[in-house]
Design a protein around this ligand. Structure first.
Ligand code: ZN
Length: 374
């Protein structure tokens, strides 16, 4: 499909095309901090060489852990997957099914707590992605990494890349310095809406403070399990502070946090909103309605939805077939393969929504149907 892939921002699926199958969460890995050198100016480059700017590789999934990489993916020279674009392209598109993949680079520039250095490294990282990954294959797309410690600078980074249609969304991390609903973060939402880009909130953090609300965990396990609570807090903040009323075209993609937890969360959010609504009159609809309208969730990890009939039950409780989008989370290894959720339903229409139509709602990506079986 590579030669014919098109980036189309039409409002309706153009004739002779169908909505593309988009893998919404794929992770390229920076092979070394020095890979950024060609994209840093002399000052920041000298700092990197002098080892004043160390590696910010976040090590979210420790290298030896089962989750770090799938056994079937290509491994680079240093034992890590996804450090070479040709490996990623080969692995992600090997299924002959995926039309586009969105690169969410997790190299931790957001953990640089010196704002000017964070901004310089972020610009270098996005430029590295554009030159060394996106230029390689038209099926590769990417999220704009932003220096989220300074929201105005994050907005400027979005504006800078908005003209490059290969950047199809903005990337934020689940644990921020201040909740994303806070008005000081609104420049990010404003810029994303101006650029008509969804905002992905992926597991990860800026580590300006403890990554759980009650302090520092002792193990990776606690950290990873705790990501779900962080995302609940972010959605509660975004809805309660009125982001979705102020920026009504906002679209959010919650990534690598699962979705099985969503129905009871929505139920509780609605119930308590009815009690507290005089405190926040600007939230004029049920939180669940706002979240159904504005937020989608990636399918990996599926956390049990892949078991027979479970996906149907979860989607029924979510109250919408429009909230899930496909992701493999390459190269991470979860308890099922990339398309494991197919075990959870026999509903072909639902799978078609997850693989194609819901991603269309976010990205308006299509591919020609010529030569495809009906
Ligand atoms: Zn991921």
């Amino acid at each position: 499909m590579a030669a014919n892939a098109v980036i189309d921002k039409a409002k309706t699926v153009p004739q002779g095309t169908r909505p593309a199958v988009v893998d919404c969460d794929v992770h390229p890995v920076l092979p070394s901090p020095n890979a950024l050198l060609p994209y840093l100016d002399e000052y920041w480059g000298d700092q990197l060489v002098a080892a004043l700017a160390p590696s910010y590789e976040p090590n979210y999934h420790p290298r030896g852990s089962a989750i770090a990489q799938r056994p079937d993916v290509a491994i680079g020279p240093d034992g890590r997957a996804a450090t070479r674009p040709e490996d990623l392209v080969k692995d992600v598109f090997a299924d002959g099914f995926t039309d586009f993949a969105i690169l969410n680079c997790l190299y931790g520039v957001q953990q640089i707590h010196q704002p000017r250095r964070e901004q310089a490294h972020t610009r270098a990282l996005n430029t590295w992605i554009a030159r060394e990954w996106l230029d390689l294959d038209p099926r590769l797309l990417a999220s704009i990494v932003v220096p989220q410690g300074t929201p105005e600078a994050a907005a400027a980074e979005i504006d800078h890349w908005a003209g490059d249609k290969r950047f199809t969304q903005v990337l934020l991390l689940g644990q921020s310095e201040l909740l994303y609903g806070r008005q000081c973060n609104w420049p990010i939402w404003e810029a994303a809406e101006r650029a008509r880009l969804p905002v992905a909130i992926h597991i990860g953090g800026v580590f300006r403070q403890a990554p759980t609300s009650v302090g520092w965990p002792a193990t990776y396990l606690e950290w990873y399990v705790g990501q779900q609570a962080n995302l609940e807090a972010q959605l509660s903040s975004i809805v309660s502070e009125g982001v979705l009323q102020k920026f009504p075209n906002t679209k959010i993609v919650v990534s690598e946090v699962g979705f099985n937890w969503l129905p009871p969360y929505l139920w509780k959010f609605d119930k308590l909103w009815k009690s507290y609504r005089p405190d926040l009159p600007w939230v004029d609809r049920l939180p669940s309605e706002l979240i159904r309208e504005h937020v989608k969730f990636t399918t990996a990890p599926s956390d049990g939805a892949e078991l027979a009939g479970n996906l149907d039950k979860i989607v029924e409780r979510m109250g919408s077939q429009d909230m899930l989008v496909y992701s493999s989370d390459y190269p991470h290894r979860h308890h099922t393969g990339p398309r494991g959720i197919e075990g959870g339903t026999k509903n072909k229409e639902l799978l078609d929504r997850i693989y194609r139509h819901n991603a269309w709602d976010l990205y308006q990506l299509s591919v020609p149907t010529s030569g495809e079986a009906a």
